[in-house]
Design a protein around this ligand. Structure first.
Ligand code: PXG
Length: 289
């Protein structure tokens, strides 16, 4: 495995950054998780766009242009000769001192690109569906740390994941400060009711997921009624189908929430149909390498 750090490639053993890097000291940085399918990088432009938006919001200046960043990702994939990959793109504030003042990092942002494989859940769960739970930890408040910023500070999500794991569940539903369903720890959430598709709007505590947007696009093209609308836990409990979306998980069915069986307890028809169409899209769309 060859890892890109600031324009050079290193073996896994030699891929190291400073312990004074503010990405490590404070989680001060931004990231993206991207997938490639059959030598096509899915929605690469959208991921790079979101990375630059996250960086702009935290006043982190990325030392590459968007075009250069795209080239760096492509070159990492070529160097590693992976047909299907999970790419982790990280930009940290860089090396500073032990104070949190980002000016001490002198604009030396660190860019890291790792291309590897990832299977978030065992194959069986894609067939049988997940058991999930609503957890006490709410999603970060947008007025404190906006979930639209994909920052390296993921403790909010990790705490929720720990609560789900402690309860013996696969994933956590995180609510927003008003008690509406926001999203899961690394995925967006959808429900189906009477053939209509619902997902929370991106304004409260919800990341505008790129997989989420692809599913919405596929649904609209297939004349499915789509609603970006606030969702309560009650609406999840009485839904016909429920599924999660994310680059790492792709699209995975949910069959039990807070002890309530969803639909007939099996992954639903619309879920499988959207998954099939999503897979088709990943086969034909993307940046070639
Ligand atoms: N919500 C959150 C909070 C995320 O972190 C998504 C939704 C889905 O967004 P995309 O654009 O990927 O459809 C994410 C992204 C993991 C893991 O190990 C998950 C993400 C990032 C890094 C690791 O589960 N999810």
């Amino acid at each position: 495995m060859k890892i890109y750090i600031n324009g050079k490639f290193y073996t896994k053993e030699n891929a190291k950054i400073s312990v004074f890097d503010h990405g490590l000291l404070y989680g001060d940085g931004v990231f993206e998780g991207i997938r490639s399918y059959n030598r096509l990088v899915f929605k690469l432009k959208e991921h790079i766009e979101r990375l630059f938006e996250s960086a702009h919001s935290i006043m982190l200046s990325i030392p590459l242009t968007k075009e250069e960043m795209i080239k760096a990702v492509v070159s990492t994939l070529k160097t590693n000769d992976l047909d299907n990959a999970y790419i982790r793109l990280i930009v940290t504030r860089g090396e500073g001192d032990l104070g949190l003042d980002p000016r001490k990092c002198r604009g030396n942002a660190t860019v890291v690109i790792i291309a590897d494989k990832i299977a978030l859940y065992p194959e069986k769960l894609y067939r049988d569906g997940l058991t999930i739970i609503t957890v006490p930890t709410i999603r970060n408040l947008p007025e404190a740390l906006n979930p639209q910023i994909k920052s390296l500070n993921y403790l909010n999500n990790i705490l929720a994941k720990i609560e789900a794991v402690n309860a013996g569940c696969d994933e956590a539903i995180m609510l927003d400060s008003l008690g509406y369903v926001a999203e899961c720890t690394g995925d967006n959430i959808f429900i189906v009711k009477n053939d209509h598709l619902y997902t929370p709007p991106q304004c409260m505590g919800t990341l505008r997921g790129i997989t989420r947007d692809s599913i919405l696009e596929i649904a609209r093209k297939n004349n499915i009624s789509v609603h970006e609308h606030v969702i309560t836990r009650h609406e999840v409990y009485i839904s016909d189908e429920c599924f999660l979306t994310g680059t790492a998980a792709e699209l995975i069915p949910v069959v039990k929430v807070d002890g309530r069986i969803i639909g007939n307890g099996k992954p639903g028809k619309m879920t499988f149909n959207l998954l099939k169409k999503f897979k088709e899209l990943t086969k034909k769309e993307g940046v070639k390498y």
